[in-house]
Design a protein around this ligand. Sequence first.
Ligand SMILES: [Zn+2]
Length: 319
Amino acid sequence: MNGPRIEITPPDLRPYREGNSGIPYVWSFDSGRAGPHVGINALIHGNELSGAWALVRLLELGLRPQCGRLSLSFANIDAFSRFDAADPTASRFVEEDMNRLWRPELLDGPATTVELRRARELLPHFRALDFLLDLHSMQTASAPLLLCGLTPKARRFARRMGYPAVVVADAGHPGGVRLIDYGAFGAPRKKPVAVLLEAGQHWARSSIDVALAGCLHFLRATAVLDPELAMRLAPTRAGGRQRFIEVTHAVTVRRGPFLFKDGFRGLEVIDRAGTTIATDGGEPVRTPYDRCVLVMPSRRLAPGLTAVRLGREVPPPRI
Ligand SMILES: [Zn+2]
């Protein structure tokens, strides 16, 4: 079998276990001056190591906000601690996907899993944020993406971040609610705002650089760093073009086997409507319109899971 390349090992998070916020693995630094509370989170998926590395770098650098408050959190430590390079996908979660459970019915309900317990523990932290960057990575070596959900506020914020070059506006998964869509994050009022960075292939060394650059652009855009320092760390690319892709369809595996027609990695543009991109149980899966963009084709293709999203390029928002 031709498995994914594993170029990185998990960081040692033991020094960060205590936290300083009352919640294990949550670090919070208050500037003592008025300003937004901004949070960067890693390890909602335990096997996505680049985000954890980026937060370790920020903690080692000792970066502090000049106004407001900066919080750094590591979410699914239980899954992360099971990471095994021989079976790297297995530690995505322990009992259930931690990025599908951010619904009040579940969080306030009677069910108990490793992930629900940790989500409940982290909830007061996430609810206190004005801005959230949630760090993730992908199965394929696609270009990095910033996912901004469906709210105009997050789309405008993505424009303000200016990084990475591709922004995807999507509704998430039919299978459950993501953290960036939870409660007030997904509501139309101005704050809070949450975005999600897909930094590249899970275990590529370059994904750490992308995750760290994403953090720095996020901190510049939230204006919690000294402006001069922020511009040095994360310069806005003057005139740098960002592509905005609006997802119109999430293709869910129905019967399986789900077989892509090509080794898609993501962001391919399929020119003609009606082009067969995959088969699902022998039935063709066709593009619904011209210039259709494939977003994050999956390699986990069991019935009920999202196989790929389909979208179209739209003009960037005004800010
Ligand atoms: Zn993820």
